[in-house]
Design a protein around this ligand. Structure first.
Ligand SMILES: Cc1cc2nc3c(=O)[nH]c(=O)nc-3n(C[C@H](O)[C@H](O)[C@H](O)COP(=O)(O)OP(=O)(O)OC[C@H]3O[C@@H](n4cnc5c(N)ncnc54)[C@H](O)[C@@H]3O)c2cc1C
Length: 274
């Protein structure tokens, strides 16, 4: 099946893209790796596509001692290849490398992935695990910042208003003492995850976050296990996991909970071994 006809425009700025969005029946086109299949399956039938790939603000890059600000238009491949700095001691590059196949990574963007909000997406879980924030810009140039865990409301649902553009993600700069573990369970390389476990520990910054991803909705932060990780280390966090997974993932069938538990334990093992 092929897409229905649409008009194709290119926006030069976020303001222009947002103004076009406000006119309705319009979708932004970044890498097209999620929107393309949706158009072809006619799950999306916008009257107009607005290409945002050449908007300079979406390719911006800024860093300081505290954080890295990455424009929404950087591709998975550019992150994988280290074209942009990795402020997370290798976690970003590791995650990018595990997304789909190189052909998808060459075009797919971190912002497109977040805006699409597939619950099985790697960036969504990773950025919640890092406690990252997003910046969003509207038609009149007004900007707002939001924690990624608040940005995603549910499967394919975000806080973006119809006329807003996801501008950038802000990632913490992890200290040299920081450790992380990331485990993605999927049937074969290049597929979306069946389960994701992520654990990040940066004691100097008081940062400890254990997150279950690919859970049919927004990634789920496990606060008790995270607190145990910070206070007593990976073994204590591992001991707290079964009870907290049963509590916070109670909406999933037992076998699905077990899969997340395995992913989380392997993420913790990765963290402990790093
Ligand atoms: C075969 C295949 C396998 C895949 N496997 C994985 C995987 O293992 N893990 C994974 O995480 N992903 C996977 N993906 C998805 C891939 O990562 C996509 O690149 C990503 O989900 C969408 O990014 P994009 O830049 O292509 O966005 P697009 O497809 O262009 O857009 C997606 C949505 O986001 C909106 N959008 C785009 N940019 C912005 C913006 N700046 N502001 C507001 N809205 C915006 C669009 O309007 C659209 O609604 C896979 C895709 C394919 C085709």
């Amino acid at each position: 099946m092929k897409s229905a006809a649409f008009e194709h425009l290119r926006a030069a700025s976020i303001g222009e893209a947002a103004a076009l969005l406000a006119e309705g029946e319009t979708r932004l086109l970044a890498g097209g790796q999620s929107l393309g299949p949706m158009l072809n399956l006619r799950l999306a039938r916008p009257r107009r596509l607005v290409d945002v790939k050449r908007i300079p603000a979406l390719r911006a890059l800024a860093a300081d001692a505290r954080m890295l600000r990455l424009g929404a238009g950087w591709t998975h491949a550019e992150i994988e290849d280290g074209v942009v700095e990795d402020s997370t001691r290798g976690l970003l590059r590791h995650v990018a490398h595990g997304i789909a196949y190189r052909a998808v990574r060459n075009r797919g963007t971190i912002g497109g992935s977040l805006a699409h909000a597939d619950p099985a997406a790697d960036w969504l879980a990773t950025l919640v695990g890092l406690g990252a924030t997003v910046t969003i810009e509207g038609r009149a140039g007004e900007q707002r910042r939001l924690a990624v865990e608040k940005f995603c409301h549910g499967a394919f649902a975000t806080d973006l208003a119809e006329d807003e553009v996801l501008e950038a993600v802000e990632l913490p700069r992890l200290s040299p003492q920081a450790r992380w573990g990331y485990h993605k369970i999927c049937r074969k390389t290049g597929e979306f995850a069946k389960a994701i476990g992520i654990a990040v520990l940066d004691p100097g910054r008081g940062l400890a976050r254990i997150v279950a991803g690919a859970v049919d909705g927004p990634p789920v932060l496990l606060p008790e296990s995270s607190a145990a990780l910070l206070a007593s280390g990976a073994a204590a966090a591992g001991a707290a996991l079964p009870e907290e997974v049963a509590l916070r993932l109670a909406h999933l069938p037992a076998a699905e909970q077990a899969l997340r538990l395995v992913a989380l334990r392997r993420a913790l093992a990765g963290l402990a071994g790093a």
